[in-house]
Design a protein around this ligand. Sequence first.
Ligand code: TYM
Length: 332
Amino acid sequence: MSKPPVIISGIQPTGNLHLGNYLGAIKRWVRMQDEGDCFFFLADLHAVTVYNDPAELRANIRAMAAALIAAGVDPARATLFRQAQVPAHAELCWLLNGTARIGWLNRMTQFKEKSGKNREGASIGLYAYPVLQAADVLLYQATRVPVGEDQKQHLELARDIAAKFNTDYGVALFALPEPIIGGPAARVMSLRDGQAKMSKSDPSDQSRINLTDDADAVAAKIRKAKTDPEPLPDDPALLDGRPEARNLIGIYAALADETPAAVLAKFAGQGFGTFKPALAELTVETLRPIKDMLDRLAADPGELDRLLGLGAERAREVAAPTLAKAYEALGL
Ligand code: TYM
């Protein structure tokens, strides 16, 4: 019998789980739990590439673990863990730093966005971030990586690093990972600006819907979301040049598990005065059970720590042989 595919993905435990993370990535994680051996982790080592208040980070780690479990990640079916509890991630990252090229990292758009005009003042960690991400994936011989569109470039880099390492050292050590991206929510945009992605780091909380927002907050954010005065068309192609309308239709489609065309068939000819309340209701109804469970789980930090501890134990076991082979390939 052939071995089931290894699936891996991570999320930074900074801020809240928002609708972009949920629809762009986590919903697919949950679905993929029956398709292979799944590893899902909190990228807490990635989080410290920028300054975080330590007490806040500690609280965010538990809150994100609770959010993932509430969203459907099942620690009995998937290995759920924190990166910082599996030292092999940091070790393999260092080994891969010898293979990753400065020229490759210079092309990473996320570093350019995050460092902005203050490149010289950005941390080394922020720059080397994608090498750690490559280590995350290669350590488990993962071939499938469910992510949002914004992570595609990082995974292409992981493939380049894996291929170069294998060639340089004459080994068939690392499997080449494939990003799994797609659907109407591969790139959920800000509610305030259809050209910017919905993000934890956007200073305006009005730009995103958090899984912890209550019904009133969700309704208010959707009511105030930027739109245009035109009625909705009957064909998704006619949303070209209307990024805000496209985004809201995409969110509705992803929440309802429908295609954008099916959503437009329901709302064609109507304005946002009709569509927005329908979207708000669907969002609140979809998030309600997740939020309820999140609140229950967050009340028991000891249990969250226990579950994360068990996950880390398994992750350490699975990661060990690949790390050992990487040392050996290098002559260490
Ligand atoms: P992070 O924490 O920014 O986001 C977690 C996941 O959510 C997706 N996502 C979105 N999808 C659609 N629309 C959006 N607006 C949106 N915002 C976020 C992201 O694509 C991601 O899938 N570097 C990663 C974490 C990471 C990782 C890894 C992922 C570390 N190591 C290894 C995969 C494999 C990150 O910062 O994701």
